[in-house]
Each structure stands twice: as structure tokens, then as C-alpha cells.
Ligand binder design. Structure first.
Ligand code: PLP
Length: 461
């Protein structure tokens, strides 16, 4: 008997019977989920030996440097053999070196607080806001604003600051002190005929601040480009205006770069497209391209200084720790990952080939009436599928699922928004590794063209 085949078979059975898959209902899992066994570059192989071009960076926007990077694996191995762990109240070389390299890419930022997931990085940011409120504002300025459609993580407070009803359903009650502000998706304009949608959408945030009381609001968290909520770009002027509003009311601006960070959008960080200076930036996923678990909460020097011990308050410094921030595979992988991004010019490649991807999709709009909106930045694109371009009525979720399934059948893995309670389940998304080539971009566009032709009622001639 071929031992590899039997090994795959046993793994598939154990998977079906014992692994509780994320975001997957039991009935679907019982049928068996695809098992993947190997990756190289942008290719990934399932246990039946079928090769796919992965246009989703591992399914959730992670593998920025591509699969099979022995250089990162070697760096991890060398570090683990030398020193695998030291609590992050103490120092270590890779964490120090990575902090230095990272801050070179983030002018105006000063301190790096390590942890090991995006949710955790955001929790740290919230704890900073809360502690600053206690230390400097008599506990009053404790509220944190978040935006409709943004996602900030899985833990209860990260979920309490997530603007997606489908993610929150059945998990309440939530942490108090998180307040929602309206989304900024111009394609789904909720303000009618306004001169400048970006400024109007930012004004909506100020309205919430004034309603809540500016002296109660300490922070706002925003994705620079909303990822899982539907690849929503901030409209022109929006983020700049939000920064002004934050300055006006002394509110900390937290930018969640968990998806957009490390080159995904064609700059090192998504916020850098919009000429703003955040107070806190969180990141995970692409930092180490999934070779190790690492996340960072990066702050300005002001935030760091606001959270120091003082005479009247010996507990006044930021008393926080995450055990696995001390697993040195994380910073070792992050350093090697950043070396690759720099040496191979992958951030520029993201900007350049991202344009090709968007142009390819825009060209499909003439042919496929279902392609309501094409949006994105760098190698991060979203297609909003509609039944009718005029009314913008979304397609049913099953259509987006079918299009993604057809792409998979044709050998390309893409992403799509989650099952939704609010009708935002009609968006498919694309985030190939930053090493993608022009030929691979063209293949992705071609496969989407074929999938839409099958399900979308292609416009003839
Ligand atoms: N923030 C954003 C924008 C995300 O998309 C995610 C995960 O998808 C998170 C935070 C949470 O990251 P993690 O799953 O690593 O906790």
C-alpha cells in the first residue's frame, strides 16, 4: 500500500472527526474540508495532489512573502536552537532588531509592544487607552469608537469593537464602553447627494463624539482599508479629517493594520496612503507571513510617556504581558520576512501589480453586469457583486459562494466576505502573495472572468 495515500486518508478521517474548524458549521465539516499539504511560491497543493494558485495569501491575508521560504524557516530554526524563549519583560536580539527595522518604516512611531495575534494587539491598544483615561482623565475618557463593517478580532473586547453583526451574533453581552460609528463605503452611500462624501462620513464620527461627550471618548480604532467587511477604501479626505477630529477632542487614533500592514496595499502600511500620523498602530498576519505567530502594538513616544510610573502611582506604567511574545520564533521570522520584502522590492511589486489586477477587473465590468464595484489598493482587491448595477441590489450569498467555488474548481483560491446578517456577503476578495507575477495576475483575472460568465449572465457582444 502507498503509505503516503494511507497517511492522507487517516489525516482526513481524524480531521473530520476531531478538528473543530474555524467559521465552519458542523454539517459542512462533516462532509470533509479540503486538506492542504504543501506550498511553494503562490502554489498550494491539496492532499489529492491538485495544485492551486492561491490568490488569498493562505485564506486570510497572511502569506505575504509566499509559501516555501526556506530562508524564514532557517532563521526560525537557528533562533530556536540558540534561544527559543525569554519572557518579554527581558531583552532579546531578534525582538530588538525587528523593532528597529519596523520603526524605520514608520516615521513618527516610537515603541513596539509584542504579542502573538491581531486580536491581542488590539486588546493592548484598548488597554492603553483605558489606562491613559484612568491616569490622566479621572477614568472618564474611556470610550473607544469603532466603525460599522470593521473587524478587530475574536476576543470579547475585540469583538465588542467589531462592526459586523454576523460576527457578534450570540456572543454578547459585550464589553461596555465601545461605541459604533457609521461605515465610510461610498458605493453604499448612506448620506444621499453630498458634495464630499469623505468629509460627510468623517463628520458622522464627530456627531457620535458630540453625542457621547468628547470628555468620555479616549480612542477610535479604524482599519485603513476595511478588509473582511468588504474591502472598503476610505473616501478622499476622510482619514485626514478623522485625524483633525481626533486632535480637536484629544482622542487617540488607533489604526488596525493587521491585514493592510507590511506591503499588502503597495506601501509599508495602509495609513501611509492617506498622509496621517496615527497614535497607535496594530499589526499581525503579514509581519511574519504566517511562518510564526507574532503581532505588534506600535505607539508614538507620547503614548509611551503617558503610561509610565510616577511618584503618586507606582502601578501607573503599562502593566501587561503576553507569555508567547517571548517565543523568539516570532521576531526571528519577522526579521527574515522583512529582509525578503526589502531585497525583492515586494512592496513596490504590490503597488505595480495591484494596479494590473484592478485594471484587469475593471476591464471585466464591461462584460459582466454583475460586477457592481471594483475597489482596492495594491495587492488587495474586492469585487462587489450585484443583481443590478442601477439599484446595486446585492447578489444572494449563494452566488458569491458559487463564484468562489468555480474559481477554486478552475484552480484559483480567492476570498469572500462571511455569511452576513446585513447583506454584505456579496463581496469576493483577492490578496495574492506580494511575489505575484504579471502572468499570475492575468490568470486570476481570467479565472474570475470564466466564473462570472458561468454564474453572472455575461453581457453579449
Ligand atoms: N484586525 C483585522 C483587521 C483582522 O482582519 C483580523 C483577523 O482577520 C484581526 C484584527 C484579528 O487577528 P487575529 O485573528 O490574529 O486575532
Amino acid at each position: 500500500m502507498n503509505s503516503h495515500v494511507s497517511y492522507n486518508h487517516i489525516a482526513a478521517m481524524l480531521d473530520r472527526d476531531h478538528v473543530w474548524h474555524h467559521l465552519t458549521p458542523g454539517a459542512a465539516a462533516a462532509k470533509g474540508v479540503p486538506m492542504f499539504v504543501r506550498g511553494e511560491g503562490l502554489s498550494i497543493w491539496d492532499s489529492a495532489g491538485k495544485e492551486y494558485l492561491d490568490a488569498s495569501a493562505g485564506g486570510v491575508w497572511v502569506v505575504n512573502a509566499g509559501y516555501g521560504r526556506t530562508e524564514i524557516a532557517d532563521a526560525i530554526r537557528e533562533q530556536l536552537v540558540r534561544l527559543n524563549f525569554i519572557a518579554s519583560s527581558m531583552g532579546n536580539e531578534p525582538a530588538a532588531l525587528f523593532a528597529g527595522k519596523l520603526l524605520e518604516k514608520m516615521p513618527g512611531m516610537s515603541r513596539v509592544f509584542y504579542s502573538s495575534s491581531g486580536s491581542e494587539a488590539n486588546e493592548k491598544a484598548y488597554k492603553m487607552v483605558r489606562q491613559i483615561a484612568h491616569k490622566h482623565f479621572g477614568g472618564k475618557k474611556h470610550k473607544i469608537l469603532y466603525r460599522e463593517r470593521d473587524y478587530h478580532g475574536t476576543t470579547i473586547s475585540a469583538l465588542s469593537s467589531t462592526g459586523q453583526a454576523e460576527r457578534r451574533a450570540h456572543f454578547g453581552p459585550f464589553t461596555p464602553g465601545f461605541v459604533e460609528v457609521p461605515h465610510c463605503c461610498e458605493y453604499r452611500n448612506q448620506y444621499g447627494d453630498v458634495d464630499n462624501y469623505g468629509l460627510r462620513a468623517a463628520d458622522a464620527i464627530e456627531e457620535v463624539i458630540l453625542r457621547e461627550g468628547p470628555d468620555t471618548v479616549g480612542g477610535i480604532i479604524l482599519e485603513p482599508i476595511t478588509a473582511g467587511g468588504g474591502v472598503i477604501l476610505p473616501p478622499p479626505g476622510y482619514l485626514q479629517k478623522v485625524r483633525e477630529i481626533c486632535d480637536r477632542y484629544d482622542i487617540l487614533l488607533i489604526i488596525d493594520e493587521v491585514v493592510c500592514g507590511l506591503g499588502r496595499t503597495g506601501k509599508w502600511f495602509g495609513y501611509q496612503h492617506f498622509d496621517i500620523q496615527p497614535d497607535i498602530v496594530t499589526m499581525a498576519k503579514g509581519i511574519a507571513s504566517g511562518y510564526a505567530a507574532i503581532s505588534c502594538t506600535v505607539t508614538s513616544e507620547r503614548v509611551y510617556q503617558l503610561l509610565q510610573e510616577d511618584e503618586g502611582d507606582i502601578l501607573g506604567f503599562f502593566r501587561d504581558i503576553s507569555t508567547y511574545a517571548g517565543n523568539l520564533a516570532g521576531p526571528a521570522a519577522a526579521l527574515a520576512n522583512m529582509d525578503i520584502l526589502e531585497r525583492e522590492g515586494l512592496v513596490d511589486n504590490s503597488a505595480k501589480l495591484g494596479e494590473r489586477l484592478l485594471e484587469g477587473f475593471r476591464a471585466l465590468q464591461d462584460k459582466h453586469p454583475m460586477l457592481g464595484d471594483v475597489r482596492g489598493k495594491g495587492l488587495f482587491a474586492g469585487l462587489e457583486l450585484v443583481q443590478d448595477r442601477e439599484t446595486k441590489e446585492p447578489v444572494h450569498e449563494t452566488v458569491a459562494i458559487a463564484v468562489a467555488a468555480k474559481c477554486k474548481e478552475l484552480g484559483v483560491l480567492i476570498g469572500r466576505t462571511n455569511r452576513s446578517l446585513t447583506g454584505h456577503n456579496n463581496i469576493i476578495n483577492f490578496s495574492p502573495a506580494l511575489i505575484v507575477t504579471a502572468e499570475q495576475i492575468d490568470r486570476i483575472v481570467d479565472v474570475v472572468d470564466q466564473a462570472l460568465a458561468e454564474f453572472g449572465g455575461c453581457r453579449q457582444g
